[in-house]
Design a protein around this ligand. Structure first.
Ligand code: COA
Length: 173
């Protein structure tokens, strides 16, 4: 991994015609990664049309390097309530030219800080990740997610691990 000194932050996108939205539409993954995340331009449009979701840009210094969707629907990601206020992470991507520099891990840390600041009532961040997607699993574990051990079979690219990150660990028992 190359040494990186960039400051990584995250920022909501609300305007589909903004410069940020255009930069997100230009993000690309490697050909063999599309099965995990699909097309980011489509994911951005889908997110902006959903009143229960937020579109978030990942910014390293001043450059947009990634994107993810926050899904606030009660059954988001795993199709059922987790018994506490949750938010689902979907469509997470770091542009393939920027991968392996720690941006994914730093983006997830910034994501949790952002949720604590803007959505303090949400207690847990949940995601699924394909069992063969080693870089993503590693990035999630290194940014504090835990593997629940549960397998989710709803994806089109094979079984997925269900991972959680508690946003206010000092208040959980
Ligand atoms: C998953 C993804 C967002 C990770 O972003 P990233 O910026 O490349 O990740 P990081 O550089 O923060 O890497 C985090 C850890 O993952 C591991 N990792 C990263 N790239 C890796 C690779 N190509 N192979 C193996 N491990 C890898 C490293 O151990 C790294 O930790 P380190 O920096 O301490 O060495 C990015 O690879 C991506 O966009 N993939 C395609 C879309 C996708 O799969 N999204 C997830 C859907 S659930």
């Amino acid at each position: 991994m190359s040494a990186v000194t960039a400051r990584v932050r995250v920022e909501p996108i609300v305007d589909p015609d903004s410069t940020a939205a255009r930069a997100v539409r230009a993000l690309r993954v490697a050909p063999d990664q599309y099965r995990y995340v699909g097309d980011t331009a489509f994911n951005l449009g889908d997110t902006l049309r959903d009143p229960m979701s937020e579109a978030i840009a990942v910014i390293a210094d001043d450059a947009i390097v990634g994107f993810y969707r926050l899904d606030f629907a009660p059954n988001a990601v795993v199709g059922r309530s987790l018994g506490m206020p949750s938010v689902g992470l979907r469509a997470f991507v770091i542009d393939h030219r920027q991968q392996g520099r720690g941006y994914g891990r730093m983006a997830m840390n910034a994501c949790c800080d952002d949720l604590r600041a803007r959505h303090p009532g949400r207690e847990v961040l949940v995601l699924t990740v394909n069992c063969i997607n080693a870089p993503a699993i590693s990035a999630y574990l290194k940014s504090g997610f835990i593997d629940t051990g549960e397998l989710f079979h709803g994806g089109s690219a094979g079984p997925q691990h269900v991972m959680l990150q508690f946003l206010h660990p000092h208040t959980t028992t």
